[in-house]
Design a protein around this ligand. Structure first.
Ligand SMILES: *Cc1c(COP(=O)(O)O)cnc(C)c1O
Length: 363
């Protein structure tokens, strides 16, 4: 028998999450963000559940090729644009729309020989300070692009740094508006958190929205809200089984470093899942786990191939019992990935992207 760990991608959950986000988006069209191999789910595995999207956004040219190989003929947006001049040939060949965030990309475009003018998304750095032109340099970049025969349509874009937090989107939106209000072109502003929390404030400037994490069933603003609050379901379940059971007496400890010591007699289960599967090693005693759909807790340190759980709430559990590390159990009980991530001091994005190559996937 193969080792029992398994990642399952839920097509129906993706479909329903997409639908919920389309409702939130109102009249805006929606890019499903599938960068980083669809946040670790696998582009080919999510495609069926997301094919009702208006477009796909990603940043790796190979991933764009994979989408075209699936016969996706609709829009594809390269979120970081081109990395070198010859990428423009692929943009022409595959009909990719691409972000322009720096003058060097405009230089490459100006030198590009093409019959087909390209659609570009000019990106403003409205405060995130990663990619884009500062507001005071934006118009000059737009004017330069607008004069190029290589350019077809220019759309305008920015990205929020705190759409899920206390700062919100107001200041960045204001900076964007002030510098662009009289420029023509479609706008795309919102990630998941902006779409879920600030759709109304941004509605007038939302021709396209760009949700990623919410598509996969994470809340985007956890712990203020849960995925359930937004009507989102886990698109991925990471499951395994108990491969051993131990009886602890008072004073017995568990695992490397003996970081957990029993203060009473208790049964514990050993799960075939460790940090070499992508489960966060920074997690520890108290992190939530489901055994046979019943919520219990991790005990002690996560090791490479195993972790241990408290079986006190599930006395019937034994070798072979189902363990849900995150996602949905066979009984339908849900363990939100956001809660598992919080217990490990990280975010759901990192857990989804970190599922290791040795974990088999079922779709
Ligand atoms: C990743 C990304 C998104 C999606 O962000 P989520 O927080 O996952 O919704 C949107 N826009 C850009 C530019 C991105 O890089």
């Amino acid at each position: 028998m193969p080792r029992p760990i398994l990642a399952t991608v839920h097509t129906e959950a993706l479909r329903q999450n997409l639908q919920a986000l389309q409702v939130a988006a109102g009249d805006a069209r929606l890019w499903a963000v599938v960068k980083a191999n669809a946040y670790g789910h696998g582009i080919e595995r999510v495609f069926e559940g997301l094919r009702a999207a208006d477009g796909f956004a990603l940043l790796d040219l190979h991933e764009a090729q994979r989408l075209r190989a699936l016969d996706w003929r609709g829009p594809i947006l390269l979120l970081e644009g081109i990395f070198e001049a010859r990428d423009l040939e692929l943009c022409s060949r595959l009909g990719l729309w691409h972000v322009i965030h720096c003058n060097e990309q405009i230089d490459m475009l100006a030198a590009h020989k093409t019959q087909l003018p390209q659609r570009v998304f000019l990106k403003m750095n409205s405060g995130m300070n990663r990619l884009g032109f500062k507001p005071e340099r934006f118009r000059a970049a737009w004017t330069r692009l607008n004069a190029l025969p290589q350019v077809d349509e220019i759309s305008l874009m920015t990205h929020f740094s705190d759409a899920d937090g206390p700062a919100g989107v107001a200041a960045q939106f204001q900076a964007f508006e002030a510098a662009t209000h009289d420029l023509p072109g479609e706008r795309t502003l919102s990630n998941s958190a902006a779409l879920l929390r600030h759709a109304e404030a941004l509605a007038e400037r939302s021709d396209w929205v760009r949700p990623g994490i919410a598509v996969y069933g994470s809340a985007a603003d956890f712990p203020q809200h849960s995925a359930g609050h937004w009507g989102l379901q886990p698109a991925m379940t990471l499951s395994s089984k108990l491969i051993a059971v131990q009886q602890l007496e008072t004073g017995d400890s568990v695992g490397y470093g003996a970081t957990f010591t029993a203060d009473r007699a208790m049964r514990i289960g050993v799960v075939a899942c460790g940090y070499a599967d992508g489960y966060p090693r920074h997690s520890g005693t108290g992190a939530p786990v489901l055994v046979d759909g019943v919520r219990t807790r991790l005990l002690g340190r996560v090791s490479m191939d195993m972790l241990t759980v408290d079986l006190s709430p599930v006395p019937s559990a034994g070798i072979g019992s189902e363990v849900t590390l995150w996602g949905t159990s066979a009984s339908g009980a849900v363990l939100p990935i956001d809660e598992v991530a919080a217990a490990a001091g990280t975010v759901s994005y990192e857990l989804m992207c970190a599922v290791a190559a040795r974990v088999p996937f079922a779709a």
